[in-house]
Ligand binder design. Sequence first.
Ligand code: AKG
Length: 232
Amino acid sequence: MCAWHDSGHGALTQDEPTDLFGAPLAPRPLLPRLPEGLVYQPEFLSTADESALIELVRNLPLAQATYKSYTARRRVVSFGGSFDYDTNQLRPGRPLPATLAGLRARVAAWMGVAPTALVQALVAEYEPGTPLGWHRDVPDFEDVAGVSLGTPATLRFRPYPPVEPKRADVVRLVAAPRSIYVLRGAARWGWQHSVAPTPELRWSITWRTARAGSRAASLDQQDESAERGAVG
Ligand SMILES: O=C(O)CCC(=O)C(=O)O
């Protein structure tokens, strides 16, 4: 797995401090501010893989996500496990389509885990202008990996719990289409993340391992068949 690097395909940025008149102060060092446990790799997929996945995702039964009384703007479908925000329960979800089994195997290999360790997948579609608010993923899951499709998106990270929330505490990672990232350890538990609205359609396919002893550990990890999917 590649270590994080700024290759021009994805970029790590943070708000530069300015004086009262907007003139830049001394730039902050970037490296000490990286969330530890965030690993990013551009060009994880080929453009052909990306096109095949977009075609596949467009045919999935995406629906607007609901969080108690709030209906989110992004459309999602989950596999393996589905979190019910009304009851705060993780429920067994639909099996992973065979067409996504190949991608799961590749993501798992990149993460260094068995494919069956990825007990949950969430496919999300962000229409232009659709944001995803600040959150940490539900605690049933441990590591979270995300594959991006379509258009670049700015992922924002801020320390959690906030000690003294400030705009300058926000670290931004531009996730390029075809890239992959993973949140582990501090990046997963000690930081919240959000997604800024994009001007074009974007999709993400996020994959989650079970947290030891959690309800996710008993999720059925099967896919619909043992066949390889559209992306091998
Ligand atoms: O779209 C992404 O890459 C992030 C998705 C996310 O944070 C989530 O679904 O919890």
